[in-house]
Design a protein around this ligand. Structure first.
Ligand code: SF4
Length: 405
């Protein structure tokens, strides 16, 4: 691992293809990687190659195209291509399984994948096509990866996948709650985060695991639409009442939990009435943050062929209105936290004066904070008193008298 792109022999861009915008950003990132380092092997990896490998092969800046199925061979392929270009023997030891030390990546947080694929097939989603059927990774393997990250200095792990709530259905007697028990019981990891859960998967048994303070009180629960008619057309497996219940259950146990979401604006057939229902639900729930996407027509999904596609102007307008409604929740959530003390994992810093740095960190409940301090806070978790919101970040006072970790 190197710090600067221009020092790299190989640059891997792990692409997303969930929307047309994601495709466009991936192409931009690939071209930018080549511009920054024309000698490097630029690898397009991940879901975009799985959907449209030939499109990527036609981009002159791209040296290698590696889909999800071939990812286990990615390092060997890239090293071999790099060696070929430089006219040297392909005898490198890529050590693909070793997580890079936290110091080199300047990262305190890492992601660990616990499952792959999705069996749900929502009408708008290309993910099942590019990621295949659901399969879970064994808890012993996951614990092993988490341990190695902890030994490398990482302080926080986020468990990722496409369908975390059904984790373990293909393993004898395992499920997501038991996996959380494994990780918390078998490692010294200070912080564990779960990336995303669907509303109907948030059971009381699962929520009970959050009595352990090492599990971060942050729940990303995709809403996608605030209209039951649209949710049904999307083939989501919950309705708005189920969603409300899940939110209420989380807040009953963890009143300061961040509940964040994704919303799609302008799904085919979405009426102004449906859109108003979505606005109403966002105002009612007051999410700590929301990603609002205009619906993107993906070839290969059933929604692509649906009649009553919403015009681009209406999608844009509705997305803007939903985002404006969501921003009120963003501000109110942080407003309620002003004056409280939360544990912050400090990640990066830039100098702001003689001996003083402006540190940036993340609270357990997923609030980005910054604090000026002359202390070496990097990769430490300290309490911090949250003050006020400036832009998207809360100013805070790091309470560093607490014992360093
Ligand atoms: S649950 Fe639906 S939206 Fe999520 S990955 Fe599966 S098909 Fe896509």
């Amino acid at each position: 691992m190197v710090e600067r792109r221009r020092d790299a022999d190989i640059i891997v861009v792990n692409t997303c293809t969930v929307t047309a915008t994601a495709d466009s950003k991936a192409r931009q990132a690939l071209r930018a990687a080549h511009r920054a380092n024309p000698d490097a092997v630029v690898v397009a990896a991940g879901c975009y190659p799985e959907r449209a490998a030939d499109d990527l092969r036609r981009i002159p800046e791209v040296s290698l195209v590696v889909g999800n199925q071939s990812k286990p061979d990615l390092v060997a392929m890239a090293v071999s291509e790099s060696a070929r270009r430089r006219g040297i023997a392909d005898d490198a030891d890529p050590r693909a399984d070793d997580p890079a030390p936290a110091g080199i990546l300047r990262r305190s947080r890492a992601m660990v994948k616990i499952q792959e694929g999705c069996d749900q097939v929502c009408a708008y989603c290309i993910v099942p096509k590019v990621r295949g059927r659901e399969r879970s990774i064994r808890p012993t393997e996951i614990v092993d990866v988490v341990r190695r990250y902890v030994n490398s200095g990482f302080k926080e792990i986020t468990l990722t996948g496409t369908q975390l709530g059904t984790y373990g259905f293909d393993l004898n007697g395992e499920d997501l709650p038991s996996l959380l028990d494994w990780i918390l019981g078998e490692t010294d990891l200070p912080r564990l985060r779960v990336s995303s859960l669907q509303a109907h998967e948030i059971s009381t048994g699962l929520l009970a695991r959050w009595n352990d303070p090492r599990l971060c009180p942050h729940f990303h629960v995709p809403l996608q639409s605030g209209s039951d008619v649209v949710l049904k057309a999307m083939r989501r497996r919950y309705d708005t009442d189920t969603f409300r219940r899940a939110v209420a259950n989380i807040r009953e146990l963890l009143p300061d939990a961040a509940i964040t979401t994704d919303v799609i604006a302008g799904f085919p057939g979405e009426s102004e009435h449906d859109h108003a229902a979505g606005l109403g639900l966002i105002r009612e729930i007051k999410f700590a943050d929301a990603h609002v996407f205009p619906y993107s027509q993906r070839p290969g999904t059933s929604a692509h062929h649906m009649p009553n596609q919403v015009s681009p102007e209406d999608k844009r307008r509705r997305a803007g209105e939903l985002a404006a409604a969501a921003s009120i929740g963003f501000q109110e959530f942080r407003g309620h936290l002003a004056g409280t003390v939360r544990p912050v994992l400090w990640e990066t810093a830039k100098p702001v004066g003689a001996g003083t740095m402006l540190w940036s960190g993340l609270t357990d409940n997923y609030v980005r904070v910054s604090a000026e301090s002359g202390a070496a806070l990097g990769n430490r978790i300290t309490p911090a008193r949250l003050r006020n919101l400036t832009g998207k970040t809360m100013r805070a006072l790091a309470l560093i008298d607490s014992s360093p970790e």
